[in-house]
Write a protein that binds this ligand. Structure first.
Ligand code: KIV
Length: 272
């Protein structure tokens, strides 16, 4: 008896690679829960990232550092249950891969086994090559993340544009190539000049997904709650709000309160 599920239109690393070759832009959004994952998946976005930005968006922390491995696994498994076709990537949280190579492999195996996701993402350049080599040779697809790497916010001195000097740009380009050589199937470039990002995307064979990295890359990623207009306290230059869902929620909740206060909800037809 076959152990494979029936064929779906599930996105794979091969499809993402083909999209780069065909020049077809890749779309990626963050998701942290089942309900949102279902909605995003049904809209046809190719990649859902269970970002450690869940620490900010879901838990209200000011950095991504506090989120734990168990919490990422909870978010990852919730998202996977809502998805039929998107490729689901889970971020390895701060502290889950920095301590030792062994700890990194054990964290990665836990995320893969307990969430059912398709791939992992981790931040950094040269220092993470050995981890990426080990994970990818164990069969785990890994996405790299360079430029503004929020897990290093204290070392970077804030959420600032990266790769601005020739030396920084040169290092970023070298590390992007190094991540590809180490086995990454794709790379996120966050908050870097558009010309540098374009150069990285044209020099690499793997897809480069940008956030605040201009239009010369192979795809774009945004934090869903930001692009839907659910969070108005964060307005970086790169963010376009494609919806006003925060306002829609305000209106709906105001109407609900009004209906309850005026005894017009529930009506007879809404009662047993
Ligand atoms: O955690 C996250 O949401 C991310 C994206 C911003 C790329 O890493």
């Amino acid at each position: 008896m076959s152990q494979h599920k029936p064929e779906t239109k599930k996105i794979t690393t091969l499809r993402l690679q083909a999209m780069k070759q065909l020049g077809e832009p890749i779309t990626m959004l963050t998701a942290y829960d089942y309900t949102m994952a279902r909605l995003l998946d049904r809209s046809g976005v190719e990649i859902l990232l269970v970002g450690d930005s869940a620490a900010n968006v879901m838990a209200g922390h000011s950095t991504t550092l506090p989120i734990t491995l168990d919490q990422m696994i909870y978010h990852g498994a919730s998202v996977v249950r809502g998805v039929q076709q998107a490729f689901v990537i889970v971020d390895m949280p701060f502290g889950s891969y920095q301590i030792s190579q062994e700890a990194a492999v054990s964290s990665a195996v836990r995320i893969m086994k307990e969430t059912g996701c398709d791939a992992l993402k981790l931040e950094g350049g040269e220092v993470v090559y050995p981890i990426i080599q080990q994970l990818t040779t164990s069969g785990i697809p890994v996405m790299g993340h360079l430029g503004l790497t929020p897990q290093s916010v204290h070392q970077l001195g804030g959420y600032r544009l990266q790769g601005q000097t020739d030396a920084d740009a040169g290092r970023l380009l070298r590390e992007a190539k190094g991540l590809e050589q180490a086995g990454c199937f794709a790379l996120v470039l966050e908050k870097v000049p558009a010309t540098l990002a374009r150069r990285v995307a044209s020099d690499l064979r793997i897809p480069v997904i940008g956030i605040g990295a201009g239009s010369g890359v192979d795809g774009q990623v945004l934090v869903t709650q930001d692009m839907l207009g659910m969070e108005d306290s964060f307005s970086p230059k790169f963010l376009r709000r494609f919806g006003q869902i925060g306002e829609a929620i305000d209106t709906a909740v105001t109407e609900y309160i009004q209906a309850v206060k005026t005894h017009t909800f529930p009506s007879e037809s809404e009662s047993y």
